[in-house]
Design a protein around this ligand. Sequence first.
Ligand code: NOJ
Length: 548
Amino acid sequence: MTEWWRDAVVYQVYPRSFADSDGDGIGDLPGITSRLPALAALGVDAVWLSPFYPSPQNDAGYDVSDYRDVEPIFGTLDDADTLIARAHELGLRVVVDIVPNHTSSEHRWFQAALAAAPGSRERSRYHFQDGAGEGGSVPPNNWRSVFGGPAWTRVREADGSPGQWYLHMFDATQPDLSWDSPDVHEEFATTLRFWLDRGADGFRIDVAHAMVKEPGLPDWDDDGPMGGTAEITDDRRPPMWDREEVHEIYREWRRIVDAYDGDRMLVAEAWVTPYSRLARYTRPDELHQAFNFDHCVAPWQAAAQREVLTTSVVGSAAVGAPATWVLSNHDIVRHASRFGFPPASRGLGGIGPSDPQPDAELGLRRARAATLLMLALPGSAYLYQGEELGLPEHTSLPGEVRQDPTWFRTHQAEIGRDGCRVPIPWAAGAPSYGFGPSGRTWLPQPEAYGPLARDRQDGVAGSTLEMYRAALRLRREYGLGRGDSLDWVPELCGEQSLGLRRGDVTVVVNFGGPDLTLPLGAQVLLTSGAMSGGGAVPSDTTVWLRGT
Ligand code: NOJ
């Protein structure tokens, strides 16, 4: 078995914003297919496609109304087949997204549940409950939606009377499925096989820690992001996240993918802490990988980074799984902007025009340094489209163009995720910077994207694009993603620096301290930024060395 996923670099394509072939301002599958050679040339191993299934697009496709077809704005099933075939020709694997915690309210099942009576099989596929209080007018419990507001919505029964409530941990148009229903298990098994049969190499599982809820749905008084801000202990676990029973579902799914040849894989999106709890999703009979959000949220500081890298590598090795690394995705502020604030001062939530603005130059400098550190680590790394161009977050989107349901459900209190989802630039001089033929884009692009367009960086020494290409080439050449341990170099580790050995390569990171002198005889393979005079490593810079 090749187990390609153990050290794979996976590139996330967000279909709405990658490449638009028909000029409607929204990216599509033919657009992606036409640009796959650029990803092969970048040197990634796989692409992960965010959902492209039929959907009313109330949560940009994470509200699926049919799991086994393609949303017309993105193309057709034939287009999906063509994309997968072309990717395989180019040596790229294809990971598709699966959203098993909730469907769209337009899914045939939810429509049938609305039409059916309380207690029916149709309703048993979701969490329908009678309300509390007089006439059932109060939601069944106090849970809050991750997107803001209550996690319950009341329906009208077929006779027009106020009826039961249904649970939705996200938007009201995303009713949570009940995994107590055998129908749900069967439906998703069929869906997995459908895409495996079409050649998918794996699945990214949306909110993989959410599918099972504590029986009786007890109240939970902590309404911070993703289940609360309070410390989670074995005695105090949220009733809606990371329940023990969810692991049984993944054992079932593992058996399904293992029945296929070709080394297919499953990766969890699970915001679970501490790391030892996350690692349990990747035990040998469960999922192959889980996204490491502890790495993603870690501030740009030597001690914090050393701690998270060590915990992750040790924690994953304990279950025989590769660690994963991720700095950006479609839900969080792009790391070129996140790192443009003093370390630890800025979280992952959006940035709006009236918020403090990131220092773009500093942010990019640190983002490049963080990327070079990440790409030298053992395990699998996830890249988000546009980070190879050094794209910043769009921080000045006006309210009227925003589309993230978070913005609406929090009554504009939370900026939301639109700023990292803006269509990416391919050619500086073309309409929509080459995103599509018409100049239309579903979210406006910032002017900063022009100089960062791919054609401006292609072949330009020192550009972010060329740094990523070189890093991916050297990573492959030196097998940097292999193994499951970290070898710190004590004399290079200080309050503001880290050094680690990865086989023949030594990685040195300066997190903001004075220039670091390189070990004698070291040959510089790659740097994230210019070296200081005399060949020292300046602040916010990572260097890969040989021969130390
Ligand atoms: C996680 C996805 O990454 C995010 O974009 C989506 O809004 C939620 N899950 C709900 O599906």
